[in-house]
Ligand binder design. Structure first.
Ligand code: FAD
Length: 455
């Protein structure tokens, strides 16, 4: 009888420990279940669904090259898998373990009906593998990273198997097209294809491209006008490449890559936090923050909309929000500036921003998104930085964002380097570019006053 290989956010064939274990057991039946029903499930956002569609198509093609294929089913994971097991006589499921609260629920439910074998492989080390001296999980990144780093490098990645033994009969599969994961009119994802190639081959292409300039990462990663970072985040999120593969490829490239490896550590850290706080996307890490008087009402709604559309009157913020809309991705430095602007300048609850990113990012990740939003707002267990109000205009100058603004805010493309960061102040704001929603000094004072009330 075949064993089921349950794919989720691990859509690859190389360095895939669940596949390796399933192969040892005999014939393999690869399956992906579109599960929007498991308890605490958070439905994937629009940009993620676009990615998923293409990634599943690419995985199926890769499986077919190995003599296999991908079976698609929809519904609650445990029901879909149990039905497939009934149809094929299988009773064992291999998968990579995931830590989102709904995946933990799904794993529990599946293990009540079938023999479930969970493998580690989507993180440098599984959450909980390193703990503080007292044996408790870490809440702060730096000591977490120190402990984790001592246990690394990760084991060398496993190669892709040459053949995948197929069952004698293939059970029925849904048609990917019927899942309607892609946008219909208007096709807001038209620009995504120019930027991304979802799937394992696309991930490796991106990794090879990054290897050539990985040694310059620390000097260039904060400059949004150039491609200084790896842009591997959606590939890592969907598990098209493993962090161990990325680690070894980058470390082997040589040079100063420690800063990059540390960022992979942040990804692990986020999982470590959501294991401790499964509701981290909904609840303040520091309960004192529950008293924060966020703005609400029509003015705040208009401000939120202007932020989402990239029409705040702050060029660096607007460039970032438009890059996000057009490509499903935003540069990390600009994510921090745009998030801080929403939370502190507009005094809008960080959860509004978290939800928008969840819907629009191709790398939307439950742990990384929530942890970063709470870190910027200062509401997280790992930070208390409310009083650090980022100044978008000086950030824009400091990180030399003129080229980036020109690329994403065409109304400002003709302005000089000196004027482009703050056209209003320079007296040359074009008529089709909005005025600032709020003046920086006024916003800063309002934010500081709101923060004092919370403390
Ligand atoms: P690189 O700089 O090349 O870093 C390599 C990899 O390390 C990334 O691909 C990513 O997997 C990981 N990484 C880097 N920085 C972080 C970080 N701060 N936290 C966790 N992992 C990190 N990242 C997501 O993957 N998903 C999200 O939903 C997400 N939401 C964010 C929300 C906000 C408000 C902020 C400030 C950051 C968020 N990040 C998120 C983190 C970071 O911005 C992205 O991981 C990074 O921009 C991806 O680009 P890259 O692959 O070129 O990163």
């Amino acid at each position: 009888v075949p064993v089921l290989l349950w794919f989720r956010r691990d859509l690859r064939l190389a360095d895939q420990p669940a596949l390796a274990a399933a192969l040892k057991a005999g014939t393999v039946l690869p399956v992906y279940v579109l599960d929007d029903e498991t308890a605490k499930h958070r439905a994937m956002g629009g940009a993620s669904r676009w990615w998923l569609h293409h990634s599943l198509a690419s995985l199926d093609a890769a499986l077919r090259e190995k003599g296999s294929r991908l079976i698609l089913r929809r519904g609650r994971s445990e029901e879909a898998l149990a039905r497939l097991a009934d149809e094929t006589g299988a009773d064992t499921v291999h998968c990579i373990r995931h830590y989102e609260p709904w995946w933990r629920n799904a794993e529990r439910a599946v293990s009540k009906r079938l023999t479930l074998c969970c493998h580690d492989g989507n993180y440098l080390l599984p959450p909980g593998a390193v703990t503080s001296g007292a044996g408790s999980p870490y809440k702060i990144f730096t000591p977490f990273w120190r402990s984790l780093r001592d246990c690394l490098p990760p084991a060398p990645p496993r190669p892709t198997p040459s053949r995948i033994a197929a069952p004698a009969h293939w059970p029925a599969s849904d048609r990917l097209e019927d899942w309607a994961l892609l946008p219909t009119a208007p096709d807001w994802a038209a620009g995504f294809c120019a930027e991304w190639t979802p799937g394992e081959a696309g991930a490796h292409k991106r990794l090879r491209r990054f290897r050539d300039h990985a040694a310059r990462y620390d000097d260039t990663r904060n400059l949004p006008s150039i491609e200084g970072s790896s842009r591997l985040s959606p590939h890592l999120h969907f598990g098209e490449v493993s962090p161990a593969q990325v680690w070894h490829a980058v470390a082997d490239a040589g040079g100063q890559v420690e800063a990059y490896l540390r960022e992979l550590g942040w990804r692990d850290f986020a999982q470590n936090l959501i294991c401790q706080y499964p509701d981290y996307a909904a609840r303040n890490g520091r309960p004192a923050f529950d008293a924060m008087e966020w703005r609400s009402g029509q003015d705040a709604k208009d401000d939120l909309r202007a932020w989402q559309q990239g029409r705040t009157g702050y060029p660096i913020v607007d460039a970032g929000m438009r890059q996000l809309w057009a490509t499903g991705w935003m540069h990390n430095r600009v994510r921090m500036i745009a998030a801080s602007f929403l939370i502190k300048h507009l005094l809008i609850d960080w959860r509004e921003g978290e939800r928008w990113f969840w819907d629009t990012l191709v790398d939307a990740d439950y742990g990384s998104n929530a942890v970063n939003w709470q870190w910027v707002s200062g509401s997280g267990v790992d930070s208390s930085q409310w009083s650090r109000v980022m100044a978008p205009l000086s950030q824009s100058e400091k990180f030399d964002a003129a080229g980036y603004i020109r690329a994403w805010v065409p109304e400002l493309a003709k302005l000089s380097d000196a004027a482009i960061h703050d056209p209003e102040e320079a007296g040359c704001r074009p008529r089709d570019y909005p005025a600032k929603r709020i003046n920086h000094r006024e916003a800063r004072e309002r934010a500081l006053a709101a923060g004092r009330a919370v403390r």
